[in-house]
Ligand binder design. Structure first.
Ligand SMILES: Cc1cc2nc3c(=O)[nH]c(=O)nc-3n(C[C@H](O)[C@H](O)[C@H](O)COP(=O)(O)O)c2cc1C
Length: 258
């Protein structure tokens, strides 16, 4: 094993490979407690969340898996009184928004693929970027570009349909709507990390998609390529902050072994 550039490596089949073994000292019960005690909280106390907890939770959000490692997300912690008032209204004055100590607008971005692919090429953590990986990040901005009125995407879709008749190939994203879905998937995973991180710190959250997206975009001066996907209210759970017991339908409805 070597330790150059703080990167451990191991020889496998005569080749030097990056080495990050799976930790074994995991506490599944601690994880279960976080997952099972998370509830959507609609009423918070007026206790503030310490800044170091906010930072830690946001940092953990950004450790969520993300498509091609491109982190197509942004989190706006809304602090100014004026903006907060506007945001509460945009959240249809839901109690969860009105009482939350912090309101975080979670935004999926479709317009950073080129910039972050470049950044990936620049910031790659090992001395030699594998050629295939390098090519992937060089091409991804072109592969994902829908073009004017989705014209490139439509061409690519037709080509994929033909090519896909003979061999499995990756399909999409083709259109700007596909790109929104692409960015939303990864951003939602980061949102889940965020709410679990708050829970692990003893705080609670309410994910809200009941809000006026247009007003929120305008308030944050977001470009049209940025999609606010949810607002997360966070704070300390009030004694009567959860309104009803958790409901989940029978697992057989959702889990299929095929
Ligand atoms: C994407 C998303 C959007 C949601 N939007 C709202 C919302 O606008 N207002 C609200 O009170 N709850 C909202 N919720 C919370 C759900 O109602 C809640 O997760 C669901 O009823 C299950 O309850 P639990 O989270 O306590 O397990 C949202 C949840 C998700 C995942």
């Amino acid at each position: 094993m070597s330790d150059a550039l703080n990167t451990k490596t191991i020889m496998v089949d005569g080749k030097q490979r990056y080495y990050e073994p799976a930790p074994t000292d995991m506490n599944v019960e601690a994880f279960r407690q976080v997952v099972t005690s998370r509830r959507s909280v609609r009423k918070f106390t007026d206790k503030q969340i310490p800044q170091e907890v906010m930072d830690d939770c946001l940092d953990m959000a950004m450790l969520a898996p993300c498509s091609s490692g491109l982190q197509p997300w942004e989190f706006y912690v809304v602090r100014s009184k004026d903006k907060k008032e506007k945001l509460v209204k945009a959240c249809l004055s839901q109690l969860a928004a009105k009482t939350a100590a912090e309101l975080i607008v979670c935004v999926a971005r479709t317009d950073r693929i080129g910039d972050y692919a470049q950044k990936m090429l620049h910031d790659w953590p090992t001395p030699n970027m594998p050629t295939l990986v390098k090519r992937y990040y060089q091409l991804i901005p072109y592969n994902y570009a829908p073009g004017p009125l989705n014209s490139f995407g439509m061409f690519k879709k037709a080509a994929s349909r033909l090519g896909g008749l003979v061999t499995p190939i990756p399909r999409g994203p083709y259109t700007s709507t596909d790109l929104e879905l692409w960015a939303t998937k990864s951003t939602a995973l980061a949102c889940e990390n965020l709410v679990l991180a708050f829970r692990a710190h003893g705080f609670d959250t309410c994910m809200m998609e009941g809000f006026d997206e247009h007003r929120v975009s305008k308030m944050l001066k977001l470009p049209s390529s940025a999609l606010p996907i949810m607002v997360i209210g966070a704070g300390e759970r009030a004694d009567d902050g959860v309104f009803f017991p958790q409901i989940r339908f029978d697992r057989e409805l959702f889990i299929h072994e095929v």
